[in-house]
Design a protein around this ligand. Structure first.
Ligand code: GLA
Ligand code: ZN
Length: 665
């Protein structure tokens, strides 16, 4: 993008044309640069099969262009019209229980359905031909949030498509029988043609089959994205193509964004605060870091977040004054090339009429509108940072496929939650003011002094080798329990746990022993330090590693609980129980010392300091989430980008405010 983007989803079809003129006037007042248009407009663009009505969209796009506003143009393939389903009811998805979902919401799509594929190709071709040369169109927005609300369909068409996927992946039924372990419970197949999707079964279904079905469903959605993308590339060359991700929201855990990141021209993300009582800005930081990582560290764009409350959680509080700007600029600090919202004007009708927007029901004499205008002006002043990259300190391994496998049924305890471990490790690093890159387990890790591995249940041979090499070459690794247990088919690595990581960790685990609800165990460590674990304990047998903390009670009393292994030029730590935040911090402090990563004791809790650097300079973002003024030391003097004031020594950031300093170094 040529400039930082500020704007949101614009749905003019919900309003009479007279409102459009007020819309663009207000957009200019707010400093809007970019809007996403047409995401759900198929039924209006093609009201009857093959009969197109582009006039209204022509007028909208021209009006925006006349007012200097760029368009991120949707392909409306998430919302096929009713006539389409009446012709092809088989395009409606079927649940694992065999229920066919109905029309009247959105995203009711069987991604294997050929009629859906053909119809969505045709509407995409029409849009590409008509608008591919329009100077307002700066990006294509394919579909909407693949993976929600439906991530997999279990219809007969999908069954046939799954068989083709299995044939392409494994070639023979023997290979499928082998990797799925169908010898267990008598599930052996004589031919690929016998295989169905993992529909609802009397008790636990084959885990490897379920895992493969998740891969298949993800790949099937990706086929559809790639097909539309290729149409757009062919008919409208030069315009980048994206689709909006939801990287760190557990509402959307069915998409392997590492694979998708390679297919889009620009990574874009949607993020909403999860108001479940936890610190929302930490989840936001994690989502933004993960999105940047999926983009390979390149700039990305926050395509949707909210000006205030959403309307789809159990409780939807408004944002506090200043919180929207902190959220938006928090994403920018972590690599977003701007900040966009769902949606421009709050709907009067429909399912999302209580979701906040840039122009609220309360109108322009409102706090939300005033803050929107202030933010638009701030983002305008940040021009120059485009293309700079966020500087990270450490890495965390992250793998959607491992998460899928981990979440299958009949695990040693239902209290262990891989996502909870990732959140907790992230929060501990966040509280140490470390900027985190996420990395795929097989990615090059050599740039990072420290890599943490929270509950990576599934690890391939390649990941195992990767971590050995990383530590051998001087890296510091911290691995939490229930990691490196199975291969890509959910088969236990041969020998003692944790098969993929026992060499690098210098230990084996004879047996694990999850704790009962409410139970905990004490651990004693160096200089009398004590920490507490819950949920999980293990019988760890050191094979080169030294015990650093030891279980004091429970079945594992007297055995090593947290170990350190000097391996090659590096060090690998293992944490065999679940530690709470402050105890995790104690252990991370030791690992960070091994890694030579210094403390930042001068920074208060909940004050973020991030750096974006590149050809146009070095920008330090200070985001103060606290109710007190924060004074943050600056290594080099600079200029406050938003006020133009010179700053040296330290920057003072009022309660709840954000400062961006362009430093001279
Ligand atoms: C998602 C969707 C939007 C809207 C918002 C707010 O991000 O992409 O269409 O539904 O959520 O709920
Ligand atoms: Zn289907």
């Amino acid at each position: 993008m040529a400039r930082l983007a500020f704007g949101g989803d614009y749905n003019p079809e919900q309003w009479p044309e007279s409102v459009w003129h007020e819309d663009v006037r207000l957009m200019r007042e707010a400093g809007v640069t970019t809007v996403s248009v047409g995401i759900f407009s198929w039924a209006l663009l093609e009201p009857a099969p093959g009969a197109y009505e582009f006039g209204w969209l022509d007028r909208v796009i021209d009006l925006l262009h006349e007012n200097g506003i760029d368009v991120d143009l949707g392909t409306p393939t998430v919302a096929p019209p009713k006539w389409f389903y009446d012709q092809r009811p088989d395009a409606l998805p079927v649940t694992a229980d065999g229920a066919r979902l109905g029309f009247g919401s959105r995203g009711a799509i069987c991604h294997s359905n050929q009629a859906y594929r053909d119809a969505s190709t045709r509407i995409t071709e029409q849009l590409a031909r008509r608008y591919g040369k329009h100077p307002a169109v700066v990006m294509w927005h394919v579909h909407n949030e693949y993976g929600v609300p439906v991530s997999a369909c279990y219809c007969d068409g999908c069954a046939a498509h799954f068989r083709r996927w299995l044939a392409a992946t494994y070639e023979t039924v023997e290979a499928v029988n082998e990797v799925w372990g169908t010898a267990f419970w008598g599930q052996r197949y004589a031919s690929l043609d016998e295989i169905d999707p993992p529909r609802t079964t009397p008790t636990v279904g084959n885990p490897a089959q379920q895992l493969d079905y998740k891969r298949f469903a993800d790949a099937t959605m990706r086929e559809n994205f790639v097909r539309e993308r290729d149409v757009l590339h062919r008919l409208a060359p030069g315009i980048p193509v994206t689709t909006n991700f939801m990287t760190a929201l557990s509402q959307c855990d069915s998409v392997d964004y590492w694979a998708w990141g390679r297919e889009v021209d620009v990574v874009t993300n949607d993020h909403y605060l999860i108001t479940d009582g936890r610190r929302t800005h930490v989840n936001l930081a994690m989502a933004a870091d993960l999105t940047r990582s999926v983009a390979g560290g390149d700039p990305w764009l926050l395509l949707e977040h909210s000006t205030s409350g959403v309307n789809w959680q159990a409780r939807n509080p408004a944002k506090a004054p200043g919180q929207m700007a902190r959220n938006s600029l928090g994403h920018v600090a972590r690599g977003s090339e701007g900040a966009m919202f769902f949606q421009w004007r709050q709907s009067r009708r429909g399912a999302e009429k209580f979701h906040s927007s840039m122009v609220p029901h309360a109108g322009t004499d409102s706090r939300v509108w005033r803050e929107v205008c202030e933010l638009g002006s701030a983002i305008g002043q940040l021009g120059g940072i485009e293309g700079t990259r966020t500087v990270a300190d450490v890495a965390m391994l992250w793998d959607w496929q491992s998460w899928w496998a981990q979440n299958l049924e009949w695990r040693p305890t239902e209290d262990h939650d891989a996502r909870e471990r990732a959140d907790s490790f992230y929060e501990a690093l966040y509280d140490r003011h470390l900027t985190v890159d996420f990395a795929h387990p097989e990615a090059d890790l050599s740039a990072y002094p420290l890599v943490v591995v929270p509950a990576l249940y599934l690890a391939t041979e390649a990941a195992s080798l990767n971590l050995r090499e990383y530590v051998e070459n001087g890296g510091t690794l911290v691995v939490s329990y229930f990691s490196g247990i199975v291969d890509e088919h959910d088969a236990v690595h041969p020998g003692a746990y944790p098969g993929a990581f026992r060499d690098v960790l210098g230990l084996t685990v004879e047996e694990w022993s999850p704790l009962l609800a409410g139970e905990s165990v004490g651990l004693s460590g160096p200089d009398g330090s004590r920490v507490t674990g819950d949920v999980w304990t293990e019988f760890v047998v050191p094979r080169g590693a030294e015990p650093v903390w030891t279980y004091e009670d429970g079945l594992t009393a007297g055995r090593p609980a947290i170990t350190r292994h000097a391996y090659g030029a590096g060090t690998a730590w293992y944490v065999s129980t679940r530690l709470g935040a402050s105890d995790l911090d104690t252990v991370l402090a030791s690992a960070l010392a091994d890694a030579g990563v210094g403390d930042r004791p001068e920074l208060p809790r909940d004050v973020e300091v991030l750096t974006r650097a590149g050809a146009t300079g070095r920008y330090v973002f200070v985001i103060n989430h606290t109710p007190d003024e924060a004074k943050v030391p600056l290594a080099d003097p600079g200029v406050d980008v938003l006020s133009g004031d010179r700053v040296s020594g330290r920057v003072c950031v009022p309660a709840g405010a954000v400062r961006v300093v362009r430093v001279e170094a």
